[in-house]
Design a protein around this ligand. Structure first.
Ligand SMILES: CC(C)(COP(=O)(O)OP(=O)(O)OC[C@H]1O[C@@H](n2cnc3c(N)ncnc32)[C@H](O)[C@@H]1OP(=O)(O)O)[C@@H](O)C(=O)NCCC(=O)NCCS
Length: 158
């Protein structure tokens, strides 16, 4: 598998071409509808943060924050990042169910980590459900540590 990275210094267009037709790149605003569909199919969709409108607002705030994996021009996976030099985070690592088990989740996680690091992140955190065997296995293999603890998510609509 040939990997070619194209990281501009300070630029916005970031793509990684893997083989002939597999591409890791920034999501464009007009693709947010596809992301909501993938998240719904994978059971990760949260109406408060994953509407098309909310995802577009996120891209307007940080165009590099959502990475998609496209095969033959079609989006088959995604990952959402929040960059903050204090502590960054990774969310919604998702591969379309039909396309799982081909290494795409690993490629997306790897790309998200690389990009966050290149922007200055020193630590990245995330949340995985206890029963999510696949995701836990993927992150463990990538060197993420687990810190089991009883946490109750809280939120407030502003
Ligand atoms: C978790 C998810 C992103 C993994 O994507 P994927 O493309 O199927 O994973 P990959 O093929 O890249 O596998 C990466 C590694 O994890 C391991 N893995 C993946 N799923 C696994 C499973 N169910 N059980 C055990 N190991 C698993 C693979 O063996 C692989 O290891 P390797 O690198 O040594 O070969 C995908 O299953 C998914 O989208 N799930 C639904 C959404 C979700 O729960 N996301 C995580 C939110 S925290």
């Amino acid at each position: 598998m040939v990997v070619r990275n194209a990281y501009p210094t300070g630029g916005k267009l970031i793509t990684t071409t893997i083989g002939e037709d597999l591409l890791l790149r920034n999501c464009s605003p007009d693709e947010c509808r596809t992301l909501t569909a993938i998240l719904q199919t994978a059971g990760l969709y949260e109406s408060g943060v994953d509407s098309e409108e909310a995802l577009r607002a996120k891209l307007a705030h940080d165009p590099e924050s959502i990475i998609v994996l496209a095969v033959g021009g079609y989006i088959r996976g995604m990952v959402v990042t929040i960059f903050d030099p204090w502590a960054s985070s990774l969310w919604h690592l998702t591969v379309d169910p039909i396309w799982q088990g081909r290494g795409y989740g690993r490629l997306l996680a790897e790309e998200a980590e690389k990009r966050l690091k290149s922007r200055g992140a020193r630590i990245v955190i995330g949340y995985v459900r206890e029963d999510n065997v696949g995701s836990r296995a993927l992150f463990k293999k990538r060197g993420w540590g687990e810190f089991p603890m009883p946490i109750i998510p809280i939120e407030k609509k502003l």
